[in-house]
Design a protein around this ligand. Structure first.
Ligand code: TXA
Ligand code: MG
Length: 312
């Protein structure tokens, strides 16, 4: 049987399939099957109060899951789907409570990766999928990352190569009267603003890398990570790794250096971010120092992930 058909059958039978999207790999289950969705939470060790994104093949399939799509949300969907945009909308009765953590809203998105779209179409089901990593850890951007973190707990891993965008989708909520950016991601805020005008930004997203705030740990490597504007005052006698946007002026005194984009391209940096964090995490370091990237375009999503990874 073709790999996709096998994967689709697993979804229909209530199993779990890890699959590539253009952002990160997802851990998918039939969104209409509460038991299958429960397994997603169990395998990830994810708290039940953190709702999942439901992946659909097109706008029409999204319409079944929501009570209606306001005009502004429709404009975003038309512009960015398929793509790295998630819309939070009032849910229809079809969506089980476990998917939305009992919220009256559901998060939906049409991914752009052909394997993701084929899996949704072939299974005939909307697919609930968080990133395919243990809760709070670095998201997977290759099938090997998924194998490393969830491996045997997943029924099948579809390998679609490395994810091209590399950071998760931008999440915009239409739960209230005005749209709110809940998570910066693969569609830059500037492009959302072009469609919506000024957008409210939820307080939990890092508006600037140096913004204070107590956030739950997320996207975190096991090695402590510090987000640092300057490379002064490094702790002496420690094995330190550097995550740098462009090449540092000197690799000294670092045990390991990961450069996100030699040429200073934020898209390339986003695509490489999570793999670079994983490589640093595998080097037995005492500390990872991450430098913030320019806070524009995909840089907002990168800084948001680094900021959250640094808060334990
Ligand atoms: O790019 C992505 O979005 C990836 C790929 C697999 O599609 N998925 C992903 O899922 O990042 P996850 O579970 O790691 O993040 C989903 C985010 C969480 O921050 C969650 O709280 C939020 O979406 N979310 C889901 N449903 C929501 C809802 N009804 N209201 C508000 N936030 C919601
Ligand atoms: Mg995640």
């Amino acid at each position: 049987m073709h790999e996709i058909q096998k994967a689709a059958q697993i979804i229909r039978e209530g199993g779990l399939v890890a699959f590539p999207t253009e952002t990160v790999y997802g851990l998918g289950a039939d969104a209409l099957n509460p038991l299958a969705v429960a397994r997603v939470f169990e395998v990830k060790d994810r708290p039940l109060f953190d709702p999942l994104i439901v992946h659909v093949a097109d706008l029409r399939q999204a319409e079944n899951l929501v009570q209606g799509i306001p005009e502004k949300a429709l404009r975003l969907a038309q512009k960015f789907w398929p793509g790295p945009l998630t819309l939070v909308l009032p849910k229809s009765a079809l969506v089980p409570d476990i998917v939305t953590a009992s919220l009256p809203t559901v998060a939906v998105r049409v991914p752009r990766h052909p394997l993701a779209l084929e899996l949704i179409r072939e299974s005939g089901r909307p697919i609930a999928a968080p990133s395919a990593n243990a809760f709070g850890r670095v998201s997977p951007t290759t099938a090997d990352h998924v194998r490393d973190s969830l491996g045997a707990k997943v029924d099948l891993i579809l390998d679609g190569g490395p994810c091209l965008v590399g950071v998760e989708s931008t999440v915009v909520s239409f739960a209230g009267k005005t749209p709110v950016l809940l998570r910066p991601g693969g569609v830059p805020l500037e492009e959302i603003r072009e469609v919506l005008g000024e957008v409210e930004i939820h307080a939990s997203t890092a508006q600037a890398p140096q913004a204070p705030g107590q956030l739950p740990q997320h996207y975190a490597p096991r090695t402590p990570l510090r987000l640092a504007e300057s490379l002064e005052e490094l702790p002496p006698g420690k094995r330190i790794g550097l995550l740098s946007f462009r090449s540092p002026s000197s690799p000294y005194p670092f045990q390991a250096v990961e450069v996100l984009s030699e040429k200073g391209d934020l898209r390339e940096a986003a695509a490489r971010l999570f793999a670079a964090l994983r490589r640093l995490d595998g080097q037995n370091l005492d500390l990872i120092i991450a430098r913030p990237v320019p806070h524009e375009g995909l840089g907002r999503a990168i800084n948001d992930r680094l900021f959250k990874a640094s808060h334990k």
